[in-house]
Design a protein. Structure first.
Length: 276
């Protein structure tokens, strides 16, 4: 199975559309949360994500697609979604006071724009960790397995999960930084994909080893913070045990102009071009 991993879209329609157009072939989608917040297209992004499907359904030749799902060959393609902290604040499940002023203003603006249908759908998203049928030893969270809002930025942040988790691979988002934390023979390491350019569509493969524990961040689709402005995502081939990290350019100027037109803080627009 090939799983497309999306995270931290943050109401950036241009980045989402570019990512979906560039994504390698896949059999399922997992979204690690923060669909809304920061950007200026909350309804458009939520509507787009909703059309991608709502659940992974294993299939045989007799499998039938449900609403929002597509059949390809003998599998039913769907989507599994973990809620993010911005999804919670925008929908009123958490207090806006937990955010810095810029994030809080954007969350309140996003809240005011959402249709009732999109609001209800976002509010119903489940808390991680989540798992997928027939994908053993893998879990999906927004922040960390023990706390959906905790940032895993440094190797020491990842160690509790790497040391104590009963699964081999944890996919997480929240930090907007594409990369890997791993624990091999008692030694913890950090790895980041390398790309030759900063302006083209590119991929970087990372092979998982047997007996090693991983925390893996596919990066942020809509607001990267690793110094690379391109939209980030990944594909996990469960049979080959390979993560394909991806970066794709998108129409940053259009996303910025929407932020300016909405009178959102200018920092939310300028940071898109810097990847910070």
């Amino acid at each position: 199975m090939r799983i497309l991993l999306l995270s931290d879209i943050h109401s950036n329609l241009e980045a989402l559309e570019a990512s979906l157009a560039a994504a390698p072939p896949h059999d399922a989608i997992v979204n690690l949360g923060d669909i809304v917040g920061y950007g200026a297209s909350p309804n458009e992004v939520t509507a787009k994500v909703r059309t991608l499907g709502s659940a992974l359904v294993g299939g045989t030749g007799k499998a039938k697609a449900r609403k929002g799902e597509t059949t390809i060959g003998q599998a039913v393609i769907g989507q599994t979604i973990v809620r993010g902290n911005h999804d919670k604040v925008v929908t009123g499940l958490d207090e806006v006071e937990s955010f810095n002023p810029i994030a809080g203003l954007a969350a309140l603006w996003n809240r005011a724009q959402l249709t009732p249908e999109n609001m209800d759908w976002l509010r119903a998203l489940p808390q991680g960790p989540l798992t997928l049928p027939k994908v053993d030893g893998v879990q999906f969270v927004h922040g960390a397995p023990d706390d959906e809002d905790r940032y895993v930025v440094l190797i020491q942040d990842a160690l509790p999960a790497l040391l104590s988790s009963d699964v081999t691979v944890t996919f997480f988002g929240h930090t907007h930084i594409q990369g890997v934390f791993l624990l091999r023979n008692g030694f913890a390491e950090t790895a980041h994909p390398g790309y030759p350019s900063i302006g083209l569509s590119e991929t970087c493969d990372f092979e998982l080893e047997t007996g090693v524990s991983y925390m893996i961040n596919p990066g942020s689709v809509g607001q990267p913070r690793d110094g690379d402005w391109r939209a980030a995502f990944a594909v996990f081939d469960t049979d080959r045990r390979v993560i394909t990290f991806c970066r794709v350019p998108y129409d940053v100027r259009s996303a910025q102009e929407k932020i300016f037109a909405a009178s959102l803080p200018a920092r939310l627009a300028t940071r898109l071009a810097a990847g910070r």
